[in-house]
Design a protein around this ligand. Structure first.
Ligand SMILES: NC(=O)c1ccc[n+]([C@@H]2O[C@H](COP(=O)([O-])OP(=O)(O)OC[C@H]3O[C@@H](n4cnc5c(N)ncnc54)[C@H](OP(=O)(O)O)[C@@H]3O)[C@@H](O)[C@H]2O)c1
Length: 341
């Protein structure tokens, strides 16, 4: 179509970049022309897009002439360096990195929760951290009805959250381990095969919290527009290839039952209840992988709170999709027509 937008993908050769392309295809997202951008090392490679080979170009300040929407997933440093040039060239930037998330001038958007915030943008819209999205998708429908005053959550984060190279490292280190060979980690700080370790972001020496945990706390408050919500969080990597899981316990202001939670979640967009106690079938990464929906189950009363205000549940979500590419494309779909024309 003549007026279909020109889309740039910065980080097109990465794990999220590949899902941008697949998600645009799956959803029939209108694209007039695709500009495929990555580091200098990938320039000249090609990516497949709608039956055509698109040549990858090096991401520079000059990459954005004529671009309507720039989807960024090339890391925070690249976003900080190149997103302002994209905005200056007239593009709307949808950024998957953490570079601008806490900037008061940048909307931090999960369309099912605060899509209305898109209209406040001044050129950049941020996609929240994937662990935050995974938790907030099922917490929001509850919070809206009966304010959540406290959340305790623990993540079980997959290799895919650390990019394509981390996924390869999990495969290679597992193979080496099964063959009894020594494997020296290159991407992640610890041996990954048959291991669990603290999230690979920096740990604050004062608080003991890693950066992933701090992001979940700050971003939840910004997205829910609730500075008082109390959050305790532990983020770890598990040797799963794709899709994050989270064990979540939350406490509401008024008493709440399992049935109410199940009822609220059963009609929540982007959430699917998977909660079969008889068959012992609950959310798993293998089922969440490749799915748009956030899977929620093990919905049960938190027995440590006899007052009846607290519920525990277990969640699995494909963080390359709802935690990154899908959430970004959903934002792009909500942009007003001028940005899409
Ligand atoms: N993985 C997830 O689940 C997830 C979820 C939410 C947000 N994110 C964010 O999305 C971004 C990418 O994640 P990913 O998992 O896709 O990582 P990845 O698989 O390692 O891919 C990184 C991509 O960025 C490109 N890149 C890196 N440095 C660049 C530079 N200086 N200039 C131009 N391109 C550069 C790489 O190009 P080359 O191939 O040429 O090196 C590659 O295309 C990160 O900011 C990450 O925090 C990821």
């Amino acid at each position: 179509m003549k007026n279909d937008p020109v889309i740039a993908i910065a980080g097109v050769t990465g794990a999220v970049g590949a899902e941008f392309i697949a998600t645009m295809d799956r959803r029939g997202f209108r694209v007039g022309k695709l500009k495929a951008l990555a580091s200098a090392g990938s320039a000249g490679k090609t990516v497949d897009f709608r039956g055509q080979k698109v040549t990858v170009e090096e991401l520079t300040e000059h990459s954005f002439d004529g671009v309507d929407i720039a989807l960024f997933s090339a890391g925070s440093a690249a976003s900080r360096k190149f997103a302002p040039a994209a905005v200056k060239a007239g593009a709307v930037v949808i950024d998957n990195s953490s570079a601008f998330r806490m900037d008061p001038n940048v909307p931090l958007v999960i369309p099912e929760i605060n899509g209305r915030r898109i209209r406040d943008h001044k050129g950049i819209i941020a996609v929240p951290n994937c662990s935050a999205i995974t938790a907030l998708m099922p917490l929001w429908p509850i919070h809206r009805e009966n304010r959540i005053r406290r959340v305790i959550l623990s993540t079980y984060q997959a290799a895919s959250g650390a990019g394509a190279a981390a996924m390869q490292e999990l495969l290679d280190s597992t193979r080496a381990s099964l063959n009894g060979e020594v494997f020296t980690p290159k991407v992640l700080p610890h041996p990954y095969a048959f291991n669990v370790f603290n999230h690979d972001t920096k740990v604050d020496p004062e608080t003991g919290y890693n950066e992933e945990e701090t992001k979940v706390i700050k971003e939840t408050r910004k997205i829910f527009e609730d500075e008082l919500i109390a959050i305790g969080v532990t983020c770890v990597r598990v040797p799963v290839l794709r899709a994050h899981c989270e064990a979540i316990t939350f406490e509401c202001e008024r008493p709440i039952t399992e049935d109410e939670v199940r009822r609220l979640l059963s009609t929540a967009p982007g959430v699917k209840v998977v909660d079969d106690r008889i068959k012992n079938y609950f959310p798993m990464p293998v089922d969440a992988s490749g799915q748009d929906d956030v899977l929620v189950g093990r919905i049960r009363k938190d027995l440590s709170d006899p007052s009846g205000h607290s519920i525990s549940m277990f969640v699995a979500a494909d963080q390359l999709l709802k935690g990154a590419a899908l959430n970004a494309i959903q934002i792009a779909e909500l942009l007003p027509e001028p940005a899409m024309a």
